[in-house]
Design a protein around this ligand. Structure first.
Ligand SMILES: Cc1cc2nc3c(=O)[nH]c(=O)nc-3n(C[C@H](O)[C@H](O)[C@H](O)COP(=O)(O)OP(=O)(O)OC[C@H]3O[C@@H](n4cnc5c(N)ncnc54)[C@H](O)[C@@H]3O)c2cc1C
Length: 457
């Protein structure tokens, strides 16, 4: 088994396979070749923040932790062992965390770590490609030969996405321009003139993110941020992405002054993106400014807009629900390269890909997490051909199947998602107990996340 990339996904996958007795060749290019964001030679380096997000089990981030725990994640256990005080979040001492993961893998007889850049995919044998958002150019080229060059993106210019349940429905109306489409493809947030002018003023003065050195002007040539369009003049937006043509507001019977269109993100219509709103504003500025859009005054953002370097595959068209390339299932793509965003989501990607290979190797049924779980809903979003276009995504409430009956209020709604997810997870864990047992037993050995081999070492 070959794993390319010793980041969060690759490190978790290597451990999961090794403790099941599967020999792994793990290729990590650092420190021989350093990428633009990593700084150390350690495996599982956290490239930016040291936070693995909140621990409240009644939130998607907390659900992710509970699910990883149930699956026997070594990286989560190691993170807990090296946690630093961070209120309601799990944050880690990044050096100790990465050093511990590296040491753990180095002591496993089944893992051989090669410190070299892979420039091609191995011709035979199963492989997990987990080279992350900054995959080296040579490997990206090799991968695009397998999956098709049009299926690999190098930049992420994503508009914000809001939780459908938090849109003020009476303030928006469902319609497609000129009555085309099904009529319910878009929700439209209509601006009166004074509302538009207030929004414009806030947008052009809002705080922006400073792009990293390696994030060149190339991205901005291809795709203008909404705030840049606004800077061209007061009317630039309403003659551009906010044009109201072909739309009549049923509340007034007239064409609005300007319109923000919201397009559904998924089949269940539980999340909507703001069409044309690629943005480079800081997350807090996005929250403040975009809540000036009529109907979004109380919107919860399940993902903020971003514009940055990010290599990822068009997973919904390429990968099945175990991250296997549909046209060549010996290859799995895991972690952020599959477009699942976030540290623990990357860990989960590696874990899911490894479990699938382990199940195949033992002739067991390949497990797929239920969609009621936070990770299961993310996997479905990422690998459902109905997700189009695809933008990288972290686990969030906008991806869950709707509650039946609906629950009003954020906290009760999140609690209901969590309760439903916990139940689905328990059933799934029981059904897959034999497959999960080796990891859980290894983590139990020292009670803090150290496997028996680590203890021995
Ligand atoms: C600048 C930046 C900041 C970020 N900040 C955050 C944050 O604060 N919080 C968060 O949750 N997420 C953040 N992310 C996203 C973050 O990258 C992912 O959450 C996570 O690191 C992805 O894990 P991964 O295992 O998929 O990739 P990585 O952790 O990046 O691991 C991929 C590994 O593959 C190696 N590699 C690449 N090409 C090759 C090759 N050809 N041969 C051998 N090895 C190779 C790399 O050296 C790297 O070690 C950030 C991303 C970037 C780029």
């Amino acid at each position: 088994m070959t794993i390319i990339g010793g980041g969060l996904a690759g490190a978790e996958a290597a451990w999961q396979l090794a403790i099941r007795g599967i020999r792994v060749d793990l290729y990590e290019m650092r420190p021989t070749v350093m990428g633009p964001a990593h700084h150390t030679a350690s495996l599982a380096e956290l490239v930016c923040s040291n936070s693995l997000k909140g621990t409240d089990p009644a939130t998607p981030a907390g659900m992710v932790k509970r699910e990883l725990e149930a699956m026997g994640s070594m990286l989560l256990a190691t993170a807990r062992k090296h946690a630093v005080p961070a209120g309601a979040a799990l944050a880690v001492d990044r050096d100790r965390f990465s050093a511990a993961v590296t040491a753990r893998l180095e002591t496993l007889d089944e893992v051989t770590i090669h410190r070299e850049e892979m420039t091609a995919l191995p011709a035979t044998g199963p492989v997990i490609v987990a080279t992350g958002p900054l995959t080296s150019d040579a490997l990206a080229r090799a991968l695009s030969e397998v999956i098709g060059v049009e299926r690999l993106a190098f930049y992420d210019a994503a508009a914000p996405i809001v939780d459908a349940a938090t849109i003020d429905r009476p303030r928006v109306f469902a319609a497609s321009r000129y009555g085309k489409g099904t009529g319910t493809d878009y929700l439209n947030a209509p601006f009166a003139r004074d509302e538009y002018e207030r929004f414009h003023a806030a947008l052009v003065t809002a705080e922006r993110v400073t792009a990293k050195e390696f994030e060149t002007a190339e991205l901005f040539q291809a795709c203008q941020p909404v705030e840049e369009i606004a800077r061209r003049g007061i009317d630039a937006l309403r003659f551009g992405p906010l044009k109201p043509v072909g739309l009549t507001d049923p509340a007034t019977g007239r064409r609005p002054w300007a319109v923000v269109q919201l397009r559904t993100e998924n089949r269940d219509r539980t999340a909507y993106n703001l069409v044309g709103f690629q943005t480079n504003l800081t997350f807090s500025a996005q929250r403040d400014v975009f809540r000036l859009i009529p109907g979004l005054e109380s919107a919860e953002f399940v993902r903020y807009g971003v514009m940055h370097r990010n290599t990822f595959v068009d997973a919904p068209r390429l990968l099945d629900s175990t991250f296997a390339v549909r046209s060549d299932p010996r290859i799995r793509v895991a972690g952020q390269l599959a477009g699942t965003e976030g540290y623990l989501e990357a860990v989960a990607g590696g874990l899911i890909a490894a479990l699938a290979f382990a199940a195949e190797a033992s002739g067991a049924e390949v497990p797929v997490l239920p969609v009621e779980t936070a990770l299961g809903s993310l996997v479905r979003y990422a690998t459902d051909p109905g997700t189009d276009p695809y933008q990288p995504m972290h686990a969030n409430a906008g991806l869950f199947p709707p509650l039946d009956p609906p629950v009003r209020g954020k906290r009760p709604r999140y609690a209901a998602y969590a309760a439903r997810g916990a139940q689905a997870l328990a059933t799934w864990s029981e059904a897959n107990a034999t497959l999960l047992a080796p990891a859980l037993a290894a983590l139990d050995d020292d009670g803090t996340g150290g496997g028996s081999r680590d203890a021995r070492a």
